[in-house]
Write a protein that binds this ligand. Structure first.
Ligand code: GDP
Ligand code: MG
Length: 175
């Protein structure tokens, strides 16, 4: 039996993707239920934890939220090497961020651990009128690369818990 707050499992997750795609906002929505229109850019990386009760077990998530800036790129392997899951985030209103998300996926496949669970996260789906990346494009790319795919909005609190829950469950059950 578990004491209050004690977790049976631990899991490291890392968020990668271009600056401004909403990585920090997704984590803050998940961990604190908050959203900020003027979210401060992340410097280097930030660390968050969250305990989630899955039907199979209680899991403590250790989440590394990385900075998307190019100048921090060389730090990224430090965060994704030990991860059970990597969430690669793009902004549906920016084709550039989708192009960069694909680069992240290729880097993870080249250097990462073969058991890494990967998810492609199409964030800011509340910005439908400004959409540049069609759902079908994201879905197709994720299927071609054995990734989960989800369209989410940190702002509208859409699919954020579902994202972490599904990934957490899948990565945890794979151990
Ligand atoms: P990061 O650099 O990837 O960590 O991105 P941030 O979380 O700092 O977010 C960058 C900007 O996008 C901030 O102004 C956020 O308020 C905004 N943002 C984040 N998520 C969403 C979203 O789902 N929808 C909209 N419309 N804006 C968002
Ligand atoms: Mg950030």
């Amino acid at each position: 039996a578990l004491e209050g707050g004690e977790a049976e499992g631990r899991q490291n997750e890392v968020l990668l993707g271009d600056m401004g795609t909403g990585k920090t906002s997704l984590v803050l929505r998940f961990v604190k239920g908050q959203f900020f229109e003027h979210q401060e850019p992340t410097i280097g990386a930030a660390f968050f934890t969250q305990i989630l009760s899955l039907s199979e077990a209680t899991v403590k998530f250790d989440i590394w939220d990385t900075a998307g800036q190019e100048r921090y790129h060389s730090l990224a392997p430090m965060y994704y090497r030990g991860a059970a899951a990597a969430l690669v985030v793009y902004d549906i209103a920016s084709m550039d961020t989708f192009a960069r998300a694909k680069k992240w996926v290729q880097e993870l496949k080249r250097q990462g651990n073969p058991n890494l669970v990967m998810a492609l996260v199409a964030n800011k789906c509340d910005l439908e009128p400004s959409r540049e990346v069609e759902t079908e494009e994201g879905l197709q790319y994720s299927q071609d690369n054995d990734m989960f795919f989800i369209e989410a909005s940190a702002k509208a609190a859409l699919n954020v818990n579902e994202l972490f829950y599904e990934i957490g469950k899948f990565a945890f059950l794979c151990f």
